[in-house]
Design a protein around this ligand. Structure first.
Ligand code: PEP
Ligand code: MN
Length: 297
């Protein structure tokens, strides 16, 4: 008998589609921009791993906006693997992000690490990021969901698809349907790259859920040379967008410099994605026609 996804992921009934149904499209609006995540357009989120200085952030925001990004990423609260690494600028970083939005019109995605910070981060961010290390912090998920902001939910580095979908279900159960799933690489026996990019799971998530799916080639690769190839793989697997780390001077970045693209690298990646995005457009149109036909039967 063929696997029935609905039975396999029965803990997450509002995430898994038993029959094709309308895709969840997450609307984003800033004073200058209005767009959707999970719709026809491919959405790029780009920016530094950490917000460091006003000059670093604004220069990056202007550059990525020109290169076609819709959303500026940047951490103000950083979940670092070492307690002795830079932990983020906190409120000062959030203020810099809000200033960058004013200057460029880009929407802002930034991580919230603790339940008590949710109201503050939600005041500044258009999208709240739940990091890999917090994917199963259910009280944080509930608090973030209740803020009403869309949630970018990053897959835990040792989370199965079922675990991932359960966390998405918790956000939806808390009254927030605007969940965006993000595959950022998982831990496996392979250690040559920072993580193993699970592109098959992007294809699976697009098949079995109605939520938007974003690929994070930066944390998956851990090395900037590999980021453009993983971005292309993400597009081919059916991702609705990318989140990618970009820094004016990656070798001096305060976090994740190894995997951050410089401005020229970002431009090259975006240019090289063009033919893949054109193919995606054809594929996307077919997929939505297919769904409508099946839904109408
Ligand atoms: C990040 O986006 O900088 C980050 C810390 O990501 P992750 O939670 O996927 O490690
Ligand atoms: Mn990072």
């Amino acid at each position: 008998m063929r696997a029935n996804w609905y039975d396999q992921f029965s803990d997450s009934p509002d995430v898994v589609s038993s029959t094709p149904r309308a895709r969840r499209v997450v609307p984003i609006r800033t004073p200058d921009l209005a767009f959707e995540i999970g719709g026809q357009d491919f959405i790029t989120m780009a920016g530094p791993c950490s917000v460091e200085t006003e000059a670093q952030l604004i220069a990056t925001a202007i550059h990525v906006r020109r290169g076609g990004a819709h959303i500026l990423r940047g951490g103000a609260f950083k979940p670092r693997s070492s307690p002795y690494s830079f932990q983020g600028l906190g409120l000062a970083g959030l203020r810099m992000l809000a200033h960058a939005r004013e200057e460029t019109g880009l929407a802002i995605v930034t991580e919230v690490m603790s339940e008590t910070d949710v109201p503050l981060v939600a005041e500044y961010a258009d999208i709240l990021q739940i990091g890999s290390r917090n994917m199963e912090n259910f009280s944080l998920l509930e608090a973030a969901a209740r803020s009403g902001r869309p949630i970018l939910l990053k897959r835990g580095m040792v989370a199965t698809v079922a675990d991932f979908l359960r966390s998405a279900q918790i956000v939806i159960d808390s009254g927030n349907p605007n969940v965006i799933l993000c595959e950022r690489g998982i831990r496996t026996f392979e250690t040559s790259l920072r993580n193993t990019f699970d592109a098959a799971t992007i294809a699976l998530l697009k098949q079995i859920t109605h939520l938007p799916v974003i690929a994070d080639p930066s944390h998956a690769a851990g090395h900037r040379e590999l980021v453009p190839a993983l971005a292309r793989i993400g597009v081919a697997a059916g991702a609705d967008g990318l989140i990618v780390e970009v820094h004016p001077n990656p070798d001096n970045a305060w976090s994740d410099g190894e995997q951050s693209l410089d401005f020229a690298g970002f431009d090259t990646m975006m240019r090289d994605l063009t033919p893949w995005l054109a193919l995606r457009e054809q594929f996307h149109v077919c997929a939505s026609e297919g769904e409508q036909m099946e839904a109408a039967q």
